[in-house]
Design a protein around this ligand. Structure first.
Ligand SMILES: [Zn+2]
Length: 247
């Protein structure tokens, strides 16, 4: 399965550095998807207090990328998305209002630095240059291997459990669907990602993944509906912000 994900993600994780709007949209769509999928995992396994849920979901999403992406794809993903904090560029360039997703998730610089630190700590040699580019200080680097090990100890057993649930046939595969507003390429990429994930791990309860219009520039997990929603408006917003970043 890992090979499937590697193939898929290597194909889609074309760097933002190439000024490719589609790659920017797809990478950030996947980053947001992994973040809200982490919220779904935490919810369905009843793992987190609400006070820590944002930090927990962010850490789990980094551990998902670390576990399932091959190194080059993981590095491209981190570069393209800044761990979902890419919207900070929009504020810097003042090209658009921040999205709903950014308002909910992108406001903590300390969390961003923690995520970069944990990612760096998972492979300090190969991720050194990237971490420098993302602004990780030499002083902070000293604790990152320990911080990664702590996150690993916290979250690897969770990912192991999801693999065991699937292996024993007790899991519920994510169900993907897209409405007519969805870009066919975006829908196909996410459909493939969901398909590959379902082959690796499964939740103990059903969760839908829907790409649809929702009048908001958002990606969210709606616990009461057991639904991950990728608003097509958010993907349109990402395309506009990508163009503006490279003007
Ligand atoms: Zn969140």
């Amino acid at each position: 399965m890992r090979y499937i994900l590697i193939l898929c993600l290597t194909l889609v994780a074309t760097p933002l550095r190439a000024h490719n709007t589609d790659a920017h949209v797809i990478s950030n769509m996947l980053a947001a998807f992994y973040h809200v999928l982490s919220h779904a995992v935490i919810d369905k396994l009843a793992l987190s207090s609400s006070a820590n849920s944002e930090r927990d979901a962010s850490m789990l999403s980094v551990m998902l990328i670390h576990r399932f992406y091959e190194e080059n794809a993981a590095a491209d993903h981190a570069t393209d998305t800044n761990f979902g904090f890419v919207d900070k560029n929009d504020i810097r360039f003042q090209v658009s209002d921040p999205s709903d997703y950014w308002r909910a998730h992108g406001t903590s610089v300390s969390l961003f630095n923690d995520l970069v630190c944990v990612f760096y700590g998972g492979n300090p040699v190969e991720r050194n240059t990237l971490s420098n580019a993302l602004g990780l200080s030499e002083r902070r680097k000293k604790t990152c291997v320990t911080e990664f090990e702590r996150a690993f100890d916290d979250w690897e057993p969770v990912l192991d459990e999801l693999e065991v649930i699937r292996a024993r046939g007790r899991g519920e595969p994510l169900q993907f669907r897209a409405d007519r507003t969805a870009d066919p390429v975006h829908a196909e990429v996410l459909r493939h990602e969901v398909w590959a994930l379902n082959k690796a791990l499964q939740l103990p309860a059903p969760v839908d993944v829907t790409m649809r219009a929702c009048n908001r520039e958002n990606v969210s997990y709606m616990a009461d509906r057991s639904e991950i929603v990728i608003c097509t408006e958010y993907l349109a917003y990402l395309a506009i912000s990508a163009e503006a970043l490279h003007d």
